[in-house]
Design a protein around this ligand. Structure first.
Ligand code: HEM
Length: 123
């Protein structure tokens, strides 16, 4: 129906599977893994909260952590266009594997591409 959010269209289970699949790829990507903690459980938990609200679902991330301020939270890490493309590649592969397809995929990729490029803080 007309009030369905992208979050509703994707569904909580699919989002959770997508994020877990994504961080499994991040942990194996040579341009990304060195930036992240070895145990990605907490990172994945926060990302599920964030993407839930990013896609129009309940504001789980803000309720627990306050305003996302994503660019500021990423400043401790050196993020070049290489890392942004690597992040997006991992997300697209995770979408392939978890069968996130069609309009919801296009919508997410468009917005995540903008957000990933916004995180670049180093030439
Ligand atoms: C946290 C890297 C893009 C959302 C982090 C962390 C790293 C990182 C190293 C800290 C992990 C931890 O200590 O648990 C990157 C890189 C990116 C990128 C290299 C490439 C552009 C994005 C994008 C989003 C995002 C596009 C949003 C869709 C988050 C969130 C957190 C996070 C929500 C948790 C923040 C918190 O600690 O509360 N990211 N990230 N990141 N990232 Fe990214």
């Amino acid at each position: 129906n007309s009030s369905q959010t992208p979050y509703d269209a994707l569904g909580e289970k699919k989002l959770s599977l997508l994020v877990d699949t994504f961080y499994d790829k991040v942990s194996k990507h040579s341009d990304l893994a060195p930036l992240f903690p070895t145990d990605l459980a907490e990172t994945a938990r926060k990302q599920k909260q964030f993407l839930t609200q990013f896609l129009g679902g309940p504001t789980l991330y803000t309720n627990e952590h306050g305003h996302p301020m994503l660019r500021a939270r990423h400043m401790p890490f050196i993020i070049t266009p290489i890392q942004a493309e690597a992040w997006l590649d991992c997300m697209k592969e995770a979408m392939d594997e978890t069968q996130v397809n069609g309009p919801i995929r296009e919508y997410m990729i468009e917005r995540l591409t903008m957000t990933a490029h916004h995180m670049v803080n180093h030439p």
